[in-house]
Design a protein around this ligand. Sequence first.
Ligand SMILES: NC(=O)c1ccc[n+]([C@@H]2O[C@H](COP(=O)([O-])OP(=O)(O)OC[C@H]3O[C@@H](n4cnc5c(N)ncnc54)[C@H](O)[C@@H]3O)[C@@H](O)[C@H]2O)c1
Length: 379
Amino acid sequence: MGMIGGGQGAFIGAVHRMAAGIDGHIELCCGALNSDPDRAKESGKLLSLPEDRIYTNYQEMIVSESKLPKEKRMDFVSIVTPNFAHFEPAIMALDHGFHVVLEKPMTLTLEQAQLIQKKVEETGLTLCVAYTYSAYPMVKQARYLVNENQLGAIRKVMVEYPQGWLSNMIETGLTLAAWRTDPSKSGKSGCMGDIGTHAAHLAEYISGLKISKICADLHTFVSGRRLEDDGNILLRFDNGATGVLSASQVAAGEENALKIRIYGEKAGLEWNQQDANTLIFKPLDAPMQIFRAGQAYLSPLAKHNIRLPAGHPEGYIEAFANIYQNFATSILAHRAGTAVSAEIMDFPTVSDGIRGMQFLETVIASGQSEQKWTDLPDQ
Ligand SMILES: NC(=O)c1ccc[n+]([C@@H]2O[C@H](COP(=O)([O-])OP(=O)(O)OC[C@H]3O[C@@H](n4cnc5c(N)ncnc54)[C@H](O)[C@@H]3O)[C@@H](O)[C@H]2O)c1
């Protein structure tokens, strides 16, 4: 693995490195870890990268790596830069024959995302988008229960992602808050691009439905902030189900309280990221059931994505690790010409990234319109 971004002081790059390393199949071999050349060098040294593979910009890294012998060069690149620095490195990496792991939201615009999709199709390479929450084992179990028709036809989806860390104007002193609230670096949305997109992905992933219409009420609470920091969205799904998606970065006191409830004709379910190893199943005519990660009774899909016996907590880093493991295994199998199981292929790809950008563009359009209800395209 090579990495773009994620050097000293960055948030998610370190999580990616820990996650990629957990199963012992992926090794960081090179990086262009910071936009500042000196900090990029310093960051590479801190990670003990070989001097000749610490690059001061991603262009140099992609070109130099592509000239190395096949067995030495990176197999794929992980792009963990702010949103505005996703598109160019992703296109360049694909052009030079490298698979890609790309952070969400995939790009600044839907148009850029579609160009990446076209490039993925042309090259036949794999591009994975880091929709982390869909990789938790109990989320996989929830998807399995819906697929097995244990809930019956889905009627309602309620998903919420409240955070409180942007309750004040902290962007002047904190880099990762500064770019997130700058339209030229984050994209047209703030809170929805940062966390609402995760909630939408989770709703579609577990329910197996597609959001077809959106009615969005977006708001900026912190005076002087340039992008929305709060929003509530009414949803309609392609089977007629209704839904509510609420996301906020000014919900004072909240941490990462992502929670989803899905209700069908026969039963409901509930999953909460802050108690990630528990899934509550609520049948209409029977007592509630609590599914726990690591137990033998879970579906093959959930079991495939867990490493420890029940009661030993796995969390956020392991969810990322599931994405890496499935992504890397699928590439190796493709290379060896061997078959890959459905469990392995169950990781977010370029189509999830496109879906995320369709969601965001529709949210913004609806948020700005007086008519409010706005159709979401089906890719
Ligand atoms: N999947 C998730 O759960 C999750 C969580 C957090 C962040 N993210 C996403 O990850 C991305 C990064 O977020 P973050 O919080 O780590 O940001 P950050 O500001 O902490 O780190 C970004 C790093 O990228 C570097 N960078 C910027 N441009 C570069 C370039 N051209 N070349 C090399 N390095 C460059 C910066 O120097 C910085 O070190 C964003 O797209 C964000 O939406 C996803």
